[in-house]
Design a protein. Structure first.
Length: 905
């Protein structure tokens, strides 16, 4: 059980491998020298089935009704439940049971290696695995308990040649020599693999019209074709293959095309390049004439498809059989009758599953099947967000005892499902960690293990309860109850993440157990948490796709411990690049905590533009030859002034000198609303540094933790990450685990609902209170190219004396009491982005400006009209107390006058 790096055999040196190619051209065991007829292969499959029957899992056949169409029934053979996680165990076991050799060697970085190692342990034979030097540490670690592993060659092609060479040089003595075990060209391996189709046809009780099988090296496909030709001649064979390989099977022999190079793919189990002629070439070329090439996006969608609809986790190779139904191949789509899919394996990386779950799904019918319908475009359900678009908003009664709106049910259903999946992946990591700890003889405190398992079991049970209620429509929970449950369950999962995690994990050890992620083992890059982790990197990629600031430009995103931490990284970067007496230009307002830090820099000049207008900011920046310019989409002040950043980008697109400037943008108030990176693409565009708080909108109102993000050009990645590491501003693992698993569609759905509600509240308040107060909302968000307008509405009384802290606190108290009488959920406090309405007397936005009322709406649309009534009643009572002269002229509204009349319109 050792890992060997045999550089002497040609790693990184092309010539030794090339020499082995010529010397091995004629090397093959006698059984492999001829083409095997399909009837002979069928007989070998029958014999193999008897040989291995007591040692393999007789995997079930199930129906997949969600793939049915008129005249078509789809079934699946679940080889993903086989020992070692794939059908490969059948072939490896058959070969090892049949051969006289006590030692075997094979080349693989995946399923065949795992299968051969497990089979060798089962029959008590020594197994050596040759894997390429690029094989993941996790896969190598999984092999260590059952096999010796050598790292040879830069890819699987070279590793295979090396393994064949080692076998040849070892001689022909069954007691001491090595037999090379090919995953696709060894007759015993292929016969064993073929037992899967024999078993399926025996167990199904029906005759299948079509069998769909993944095509990699051709062994399983040839065995399936041979068995069906001999025993079910009416059954047609369809193969699936990754389109990304670029193999044109219509131009030449299929077996020859399998010798062409491969590239990285979701279907890594099919990434086989034949090193030698296969003895099944005749079967492959004659029987495998229908090959569907599937795209990477369809394969990713298929992984998510079956996980969501069948609760089955499968690898990319198996998923191609489902992806085939997602293609637009008209001949394939027209297939009728009973169809069997061979789901060949389940050894898939969690990162692959994560990417598949957030892959875009554009087809409306497919979205509906996946439970994603209306998340992409909530306007279809709620009506257009745009005011005055000719469509009248439906009237809604004042009763607030309803359940959540359907679009938010869709959102919560997706989030609960993703939390389930991430919890399962966490348990898989825990199981891998325990297995590795046991194989390495490390000390384990079972008391602690029991705690993890108990908490996990309880969490899974609670998640199942919530998700089942959502998915079946048997929902009796209100919006706030759903949110509270999710909030608690997310924190419970975060506890599981933290139980065995370490801030400075060990990557090698004796006896002591000081790691949680098995991938950390033998990985010298493992360091303190502030250096980051693969999980955090996945979170950052997901967050980048969620806010979607760019669709084409290469950018990177950092997660930080707070919004101000993200700003600290940004300012630290600026200080490294600005010189003494350089100028920074600001709009009239930026967030006061950032302003205070800039003003404290005695060697930097800070100049304010006269307005938020893009042309004014440009003019001042050019006048003072500024090195850095700050410009936010919307200012966090009472007037909610906006800067048209798209117009700014257009204006500087052909102005020389701007390419030498930095543009700093705080997008917190318009989170995920701007495709801002793509706006600044001209040769004269400044370097864009974009940051946001992750404590508000991006937490979906859960309010669990602080967080911030920073986006910048990809070529600055090393420098930014170094700054984050050295300033200790990273988002640590427990906090990262508390981020909800959102994506672009989920986030935009929620933001558009908030915007629609804020616009309605703005219109209601403006018309009812326009004579006593200024009501603000960024109504021009559409004109400026934003995706949404946020959730904030502000109120400033025309009489300045009424805009004082004590008075506004009294006004808020009146509003809350009115809301209480109307049964409207509302809280008092700072920040925004929550699911309930929130009100504050905003006095900390800037120390030199008057406070004002700021209302952040919630997600329940039916709350908005009674919320407006409560606000207007509270404002009226405040004005009547402090300014009775005004109301003596205008007349009261709360006793059934203007308010109720307006709300009835």
């Amino acid at each position: 059980m050792i890992v060997r790096l045999l550089s002497s055999l040609g790693i990184g040196q092309k010539s030794p491998i090339e020499e082995k190619v010529s010397s091995l051209a004629t090397y093959r065991e006698t059984a492999n020298l001829r083409n095997i007829p399909e009837d002979e292969l069928a007989r070998q499959i029958e014999a193999a089935a008897e040989r291995i029957a007591e040692h393999v899992v007789r995997t079930p056949i199930i129906r997949l009704p969600w793939l049915d169409r008129d005249g078509r029934e789809v079934w699946a053979k679940l080889e993903c439940h086989q020992h070692s996680g794939s059908f490969k165990y059948r072939g490896a076991l058959n070969a090892l049971m049949k051969t006289d050799y006590q030692r075997v060697i094979t080349a693989s970085a995946g399923n065949h290696a795992l299968a051969t190692a497990a089979a060798g342990k089962q029959v008590g034979k020594e197994v050596q695995v040759v894997a390429p030097t690029t094989a993941s540490e996790l896969k190598v670690n999984r092999l260590l308990s059952d096999a010796s592993v050598s790292l040879l060659g830069s890819n699987l092609h070279e590793a295979t040649i090396a393994a064949m060479g080692i076998a040849k040089e070892s001689g022909n003595n069954p007691e001491s020599s090595l037999r090379f075990l090919s995953p696709y060209a060894d007759p015993d391996v292929v016969a064993g693999a073929g037992t899967a189709i024999k078993e399926a046809l025996d167990d199904a009780g029906v005759d299948f019209d079509t069998v769909v099988v993944p095509l990699g090296g051709g062994g399983l496909a040839a065995a399936t074709a041979a068995w069906c030709a001999a025993r079910r001649p009416g059954t047609q064979i369809v193969c699936t293959h990754p389109e990304i390989f670029g193999r044109d099977f219509d131009a030449g022999r299929v077996s020859e095309k399998l010798a062409h190079p491969t590239v990285p793919t979701y279907s890594d189990g099919l990434g086989v390049q034949l090193v030698e002629d296969t003895p099944f070439a005749d079967i492959i070329d004659r029987r495998l004439r229908s090959i569907i090439q599937v795209s990477e996006s369809d394969t990713a969608a298929a992984i998510a498809y079956i996980l969501r609809l069948q609760s089955l986790l499968i690898e990319g190779a198996a998923a191609t059989t489902i992806a085939a139904w997602l293609t637009n191949d008209p001949i394939f789509q027209q297939r009728k009758g009973k169809v069997l899919l061979l789901l060949t394996g389940a050894n898939v990386a969690s990162s692959t599953v994560a990417k598949a779950l957030v892959a875009d799904v554009h087809d409306p019918k497919r979205r509906q099947q996946l439970g994603l319908r209306h998340i992409l475009n909530p306007v279809e359900r709620h009506g257009a967000v745009a005011a005055g678009n000719g469509r009248k908003r439906p009237e809604k009664g004042p009763h607030l005892g309803h359940h959540t709106s359907q679009s938010m049910i869709d959102v919560w259903s997706v989030l609960f499902e993703r939390l389930q999946q991430s919890t399962v992946r966490l348990k898989n990591r825990f199981d891998e960690k325990r297995q590795l700890s046991n194989s390495l003889g490390l000390q384990t405190h079972e008391w602690c293990v029991t705690i993890f398992i108990d908490v996990y079991s309880r969490l899974v049970s609670l998640l199942d309860e919530c998700h089942n209620a959502l998915s079946t429509g048997h929902l009796s929970l209100k919006a706030w109850e759903l949110e509270e449950r999710y909030r608690v369950l997310l924190q419970l999962r975060s506890t599981l993440v933290s139980l065995f995690d370490r801030c400075s994990a060990a990557y090698d050890q004796s006896r002591a157990d000081w790691f949680f992620d098995p991938a950390s083992q033998n990985a010298a890059a493992v360091n303190y948490d502030r250096y980051g982790s693969p999980d955090l990197r996945d979170m950052e990629r997901n967050m980048l796709s969620t806010i979607r600031v760019s669709s084409s430009r290469p950018v990177e995103l950092l997660l930080a411990s707070s919004g101000m931490a993200a700003y600290q990284i940004l300012q630290h970067f600026l200080l490294q690049h600005l010189s003494v007496n350089d100028t920074i230009v600001l709009p009239p307002y930026i967030y006061f905590e950032a302003l205070e830090q800039l003003q404290a820099l005695t060697h930097i000049r800070v100049v304010h533009a006269p307005s938020f207008d893009a042309e004014d900011i440009i003019a001042i920046a050019e006048k003072h030859n500024a090195r850095a310019v700050f410009a936010d989409p919307v200012a966090n002040i009472v007037s909610l002034d906006c800067t048209d950043l798209k117009e700014l980008a257009k204006a500087v697109s052909n102005r020389p000198g701007w390419e030498d400037r930095y543009l700093v943008v705080d997008g917190t108030m318009a989170s995920g609303a701007l495709e801002i990176v793509d706006w600044f693409q001209s040769p004269s565009a400044p370097t864009l540094l974009y940051y946001e708080s992750v404590s508000k909108y991006l937490q979906l109102g859960l309010d669990i933790q602080m967080g911030g993000l920073l986006v910048y050009p990809a070529d600055l990645d090393h420098e930014m990450r170094t700054i984050r590491r050295n300033t200790g501003t990273i988002m640590y693992p427990r906090n990262a685990a508390l981020l909800p698993p959102i994506d672009f569609d989920v986030f935009q759905c929620r933001m558009r609902v908030l915007t629609e509600n804020a616009e309605l509240l703005y219109n209601l308040l403006r018309r009812a209170s326009n004579s006593i107060a200024e009501i603000s909302f960024p109504m021009k968000w559409r004109e400026m190219g934003w995706r949404h307008g946020g959730s904030l509405v502000t109120i400033r009384f025309y009489r300045d004396g009424m805009n004082n802290k004590e008075g506004l606190e009294a006004c808020i108290d009146r509003i809350l009491r009115a809301a209480e009488n109307l049964h409207v959920p509302m809280v008092k406090g700072v920040s925004f982005g929550f699911s309930f309405a929130r009100i504050s007397s905003a006095s900390s936005m800037a120390k030199d400006s008057d406070p004002f009322l700021r209302i952040a709406v919630g997600v329940e649309s039916d709350h908005i009209q009674p919320l407006a009534t409560a606000i207007i009643q509270g404002v009226e009572a405040y004005c009547l107390s402090f300014n009775p002269e005004l109301f003596s002229r205008l007349g009261p509204t709360s006793n059934g006058g203007a308010v109720n009349g307006f709300l009835a319109k």
